[in-house]
Design a protein around this ligand. Sequence first.
Ligand code: SAH
Length: 213
Amino acid sequence: KGIGFTSQRTRDRMIKRLIDQGIKNTQVLDALSYLPRHLFLDEALAHRAYEDTALPIGLGQTLSQPYIVARMTELLLEIEPKKVLEIGTGSGFQAAVLGCLVPEVWSVERLDPLLEKARHRIKNLALKNIKLHHADGNFGLEREAPFDAILVTAAPKEVPPSLFQQLAAGRRLIVPLGDEQQLLSVFDNQEGKMIQTDVAAVRFVPLLPGAQK
Ligand code: SAH
């Protein structure tokens, strides 16, 4: 039925599109080709999983389009991180991509129902190097700091200070910054100074305060 039959061909098409859009890192392309993105969506939307678009995951949140996931992962891998923190687990898809490529992945989510679904998916895929945590990502994950890289997948107006503090020296923070208009920004911690590079205009849901049941 449907997705089971077509998925490899649809995935191949998605990979070709990512290459056309400029994604070069073959590890990233392999991970996106391997992972069943349709299992990170509710059944009614699964058939659209490999389209070039963001998709709703419930509670007003969205799974980013494949290109954005690929681009952010590519930027993160440039520094060859061993231990990564993601803020905004959502469906768990970005965490799963990271789990294929980085030895140790932590991800925090403020909405418990989304986190529980993500936990289930990641368990089924047997990605044992990913640890999920119910918490307000504005404060990072103090007890596991420092991280080699921090990837924020919801947009704050300004970078929460805790995230800078939990970034190891010489390491990288990737974050969409702003309100309606957002810029995907990369911060490199160089000798305690944060060097900012703006990468692209993007659209993420806002980073909100507080963890919720
Ligand atoms: N990376 C996700 C997409 C996430 S959408 C994926 O691959 O599916 C952004 C997510 O950030 C939402 O699930 C939202 O609930 C979460 N979020 C927003 N503010 C947060 C905060 N302060 N702490 C943790 N998660 C937050």
